[in-house]
Design a protein around this ligand. Structure first.
Ligand SMILES: C[S@@+](CC[C@H](N)C(=O)[O-])C[C@H]1O[C@@H](n2cnc3c(N)ncnc32)[C@H](O)[C@@H]1O
Length: 382
């Protein structure tokens, strides 16, 4: 979930020669697009000073081409050892070879599915877990990953249905491997704050930390792949502030917050307004909260359901004349094609539907019910 093109930029590196997965199809299954170095560098610079212990034990759960390793090595005096995991054996081989020649021995590279690594190291206590986990949708999970998720869900006491993308599972699993004063510092997709399973992660997993800062950039994080992202820095223990804060930042290369907003996670179950309130003037947020608390919702009076999408309304929705002309009366259901056919009254009646039909407006949805079709066809032919 990051910007492949941007990675070809600065500095560092030698690492840039490491392989990149090339096709979008591959990316869907591996989530392998790498973090631009300036973002990795900014996150490392922000997270390291927060670690209270000396001689840190650090984990990079999905190392890719190693931009976080390179950024960490600029602060070599701070840590004791780094373990870097990736499912892609090619990148692990390349990184091992590269750092064996060039860098210190306190680095170990592990070729493994991260969830297998978690099962094999469930007593680990990392001081810092840092990286950018893969963005892989549930329907593209490997069989092994799916099976491990079931175990993870039990061990972490976290409902399986909320791990709908690999990054969510990585957050849950990483939390389990942290030391008592550990820190989780991750680049995550913007979905964290705008989809249901992201919000669940905030309310259930991030509540296991004393302090959580979610940096939301004004600019798109990874422009070339049109991907928004946020950065999360979660501290198991914090002497100062407590709670979850949304920190607005200009971009993810610069993590000095322009503004901060503390989330009221306990005040209501629905955090949607809280999570976007950094975008609104304070007064507007308060008014919206007041309206929400004092007024009944549309849902208190009626239910709503999505309409149907035919993808070709002019073909599938017929007028009464055409329905008769083609002998299709047995295979249509009444449908309201356009909102503009509605009257201004709150209730749309059967009579009004008949009026539309009498005006020969398209109101008959062509529907071949697989169960009914055979009998209707037989009747029609009699
Ligand atoms: C978004 S990239 C991030 C790489 C690197 N952390 C960075 O920020 O540049 C995700 C990485 O996750 C790896 N990956 C995908 N599924 C994995 C899994 N189940 N366990 C470990 N690594 C995985 C991919 O091979 C890829 O290198």
């Amino acid at each position: 979930m990051s910007d492949t093109n941007a990675y070809t930029q600065p500095l560092n590196s030698n690492v840039a020669m490491l392989s990149k997965l090339e096709t979008e199809a591959e990316i869907r299954f591996t989530g392998a697009v790498y973090t631009p170095y300036p973002i990795a560098k900014a996150l490392v610079a922000k997270a390291l000073p927060l670690c209270e212990v000396k001689n840190l034990k650090i984990l990079e759960p999905s190392v890719g081409d190693g931009s976080f390793i390179e950024a960490l090595l600029e602060h070599e005096m701070c840590f004791d050892n780094i373990t870097a995991v990736d499912i892609d054996d090619v990148v692990i081989q390349k990184l091992s070879k590269f750092y064996r020649k060039e860098k210190s021995t306190s680095l170990s590279f592990v070729s493994s599915d991260f969830l297998d690594f978690v099962s094999a190291n469930n007593n680990a206590d990392y001081d810092l877990i840092i990286g950018n986990p893969p963005f892989i949708r549930k329907h593209n999970f490997s069989k092994n990953f799916k099976e491990k998720l079931v175990d993870l869900s039990k061990e972490a006491n976290y409902n399986l249905k909320y791990m709908q993308n690999a990054w969510a599972a990585f957050v849950v699993a990483s939390e389990m491997l942290l030391a008592a004063k550990g820190i989780l510092a991750l680049v995550l997709p913007y979905e964290l704050i705008n989809v249901g399973y992201g919000k669940k992660l905030i309310s259930e997993i991030f509540s296991r930390f004393e302090q959580v800062d979610i940096y939301v950039p004004d600019e798109k994080a990874f422009k070339s792949i049109d991907q928004d992202a946020v950065i999360v820095i979660a501290q198991k223990k914090n002497r100062g502030a407590k709670g979850i804060r949304i920190c607005r930042a200009t971009d993810l290369e610069n993590l000095d917050a322009i503004s901060q907003h503390k989330l009221e996670t306990h005040s209501s179950n629905d955090m949607s307004l809280e999570l976007v309130s950094f975008l609104l003037p304070r007064k507007t947020t308060s008014s919206l909260k007041e309206i929400r608390e004092n007024f009944q919702k549309i849902g208190d009076f009626c239910t709503s359901a999505p309409g149907l999408v035919t993808a070709a309304n002019d073909f599938f929705i017929l007028t009464e004349n055409d329905t008769r002309k083609y002998g299709l009366s047995n295979w249509v259901k009444p449908v309201l094609k356009k909102g503009s056919y509605l009257t201004k009254r709150p209730i749309f009646s059967q009579e009004e539907m008949c009026d539309l039909s009498a005006k020969n407006l398209p109101t008959n949805f062509l529907y071949f019910d697989p169960v009914d079709s055979v009998s209707k066809d037989a009747n029609a032919q009699k």
